[in-house]
Design a protein around this ligand. Structure first.
Ligand code: FAD
Length: 509
């Protein structure tokens, strides 16, 4: 059986690049087709992203890189990260004083890591470029695919030009054994796959837009000491919660912070209603205390006017694969809102799980005669879809729910009490295996759907325990009061119910 297959990867974003590493490491011939002319050129930015977007990389993403078969990869990527140990909540007290309140992500001190999306992508490409069985085809846009006959068509953009600019674009036909669609939220692979399979598809734009701002590094700090360049704590994800909207800041490895305003469309319309931008600084002063001392008002206005105001999309689809010929990974399969910091991490995990399942089926079939690689792959892809779809849907939903947690719940005493109790159980009674939902999602590799099931069980147990804790003394107190004032209560209730004993009988029914 010829084990080397021709694998075409569409999209050289972070997830497509990692998928290419996995495939190349198995000895396949890997061809990567990417719409943009050159990923290292910062002027090329994919749809719905900005150049500077900062991501939180966490365990699932790192674990997938660990299993890529490239010993240098994790080290190479980690060198560009900044650990964030928790959230830093910013606010103003009733007396007008500003405060900062740290909320660690994890009782055991584990951190998530800030990294620049473009920088991470480049580090993956650095390693891919050294692999002899990998070929890049930049400025190639997938325009068509026949998944029954394993053919695809790409528009070749000469010197970055496209038909839209009035230049003739050439089209090429490409054969493949297996196509991996990693072409992001607006995936062309997914679009063409829909013509071959009955795909359920759901796309939602949530009522939130985002726009980027920047907190500059201290100019007085020496270049040799990165940490002294940050004007607020570098080891936190800073949040200014505003209930219906929020402003966040994530550290970058040049001492600056990339900040994002997440807010409903109506708020953007209000701020845009004065073209001079004059409404922006007072809005920040009112709802995000302290920000105008970190970003001067003229810079706030300039960023708001210059940077795009982008939507947030959430996509679910099923299946993620077709026969033996194609699979979707990353945002192409499950674009999600960014509030759990899991979009790319989940995409990386897709790649690890996909190749684990492909390897398993190859091992099962390797001793059998007359089994075509395509039959083995078809079984593997069917299993991949059945395993991965529920998990992709689960993290999509969790990401939507976390928007409320970040912009509002972090201020609630009930949220803080629950976090405190769960972390105490996790730390001091480890035999219970108790963990917060955030820790399970960000610091573990359990299936997302299991995380949801386990945290629902924990919630029920906690609610019952709290009801017991609060309810038992209340019940005891109630009984004591009833006994102590039985005569008075008896007199009072007799008119309505006959006797206290009768009331007790009624309640016991
Ligand atoms: P993309 O990054 O979209 O890459 C797709 C690639 O395919 C692009 O290079 C594109 O040019 C190419 N392409 C598209 N169409 C074609 C075509 N027809 N032919 C050829 N090539 C094509 N995730 C996290 O894990 N942690 C975070 O903290 C986090 N924060 C985020 C914050 C914001 C504001 C946003 C918007 C997203 C955030 N995400 C985060 C999500 C994360 O950015 C995405 O999940 C991740 O970039 C998806 O990677 P991808 O490779 O699947 O797709």
């Amino acid at each position: 059986m010829d084990k080397q297959q021709k694998i075409v990867i569409v999209g050289a974003g972070p997830v497509g690049s990692l998928a290419a590493l996995y495939a190349a490491n198995r000895g396949h011939k890997v061809d990567i087709y990417e719409l943009r002319s050159e990923l290292r050129d910062p002027s090329t930015t994919p749809l719905n992203f900005t150049k500077s977007i900062n991501l939180a990389l966490s365990e699932r993403g790192i674990n997938a890189m660990r299993h890529a078969g490239q010993p240098r990869l994790v080290e190479h990527v980690m060198a560009a990260t900044i650990p964030m140990r928790g959230r830093m909540i910013h606010g103003r007290r009733v007396n007008g004083d500003l405060y900062e309140e740290p909320q660690d992500y994890d009782a055991h001190g584990r951190c998530i890591l800030a990294i620049d999306r473009g920088g991470l992508n480049k580090r993956l490409l650095d390693i891919l470029e050294e692999m002899p069985n990998v070929t890049f085809h930049f400025a190639h846009k997938l325009t068509g695919a026949d998944f029954r006959n394993n053919k695809a068509w790409f528009e070749v953009r000469e010197n970055g030009a496209s038909q839209a600019r009035g230049q003739r674009a050439r089209e090429i036909e490409v054969d493949f054994d297996f196509m991996i669609g990693a072409d992001g939220a607006h995936s062309a692979v997914r679009y063409h796959m829909m013509k071959f399979t009955r795909m359920d598809y759901q796309q939602v734009y949530i009522d939130a837009m985002w726009c980027e701002f920047q907190i500059r590094p201290k100019t007085t700090a020496p270049d040799t000491d990165l940490m002294s360049k940050f004007v607020i704590s570098p080891n936190h994800l800073h949040i200014w919660p505003g209930k219906e909207f929020m402003f966040i800041a994530i550290p970058s490895d040049d001492g600056s912070f990339t900040c994002t305003l997440f807010a409903p469309g109506s708020l953007y319309e209000y701020l845009e209603s004065d073209p001079s931008g004059a409404l922006v600084p007072p809005f920040f002063d009112k709802y995000f205390p302290g920000v105008t001392s970190l970003i001067p008002p003229d810079e706030l206005i300039a960023s708001f006017q210059r940077n795009p105001h982008l939507p947030l999309i959430s996509i679910k689809c099923k299946p993620h694969s077709y026969g033996s010929s194609a699979v979707l990974v990353g945002d192409a399969a499950h674009a999600m809102v960014p509030f759990y910091g899991q979009g790319m991490n989940a995409g990386f995990e897709d790649v690890r799980i996909l190749f684990e399942i492909l390897d398993k089926h190859e091992r099962i079939d390797q001793e059998k005669e007359d089994v075509l690689p395509s039959s083995t792959r078809a079984r593997a892809l069917a299993e991949y879809t059945s395993v991965r779809v529920p998990d992709a849907h689960a993290i999509n939903d969790l990401a939507l729910q976390n928007y409320v947690e970040m912009r509002a719940s972090v201020l609630s005493p009930v949220y803080r009490l629950r976090k405190f109790l769960e972390e105490a159980l996790s730390k001091y009674v480890p035999s219970l295996g108790w963990q917060t939902k955030y820790a399970r999602v960000s610091f573990g590799n359990e299936r997302y759907s299991e995380v949801v099931a386990k945290t629902e069980r924990q919630s029920h147990l906690l609610a019952r325990a709290l009801a017991g804790l609060v309810g038992a003394p209340m019940l005891a107190g109630g009984i004591w009061l009833l006994m102590r004032y039985r005569r008075a209560v008896d007199v009072g209730l007799r008119a309505a119910f006959g006797s206290v004993d009768h009331v007790v009988e009624l309640l016991a029914m």
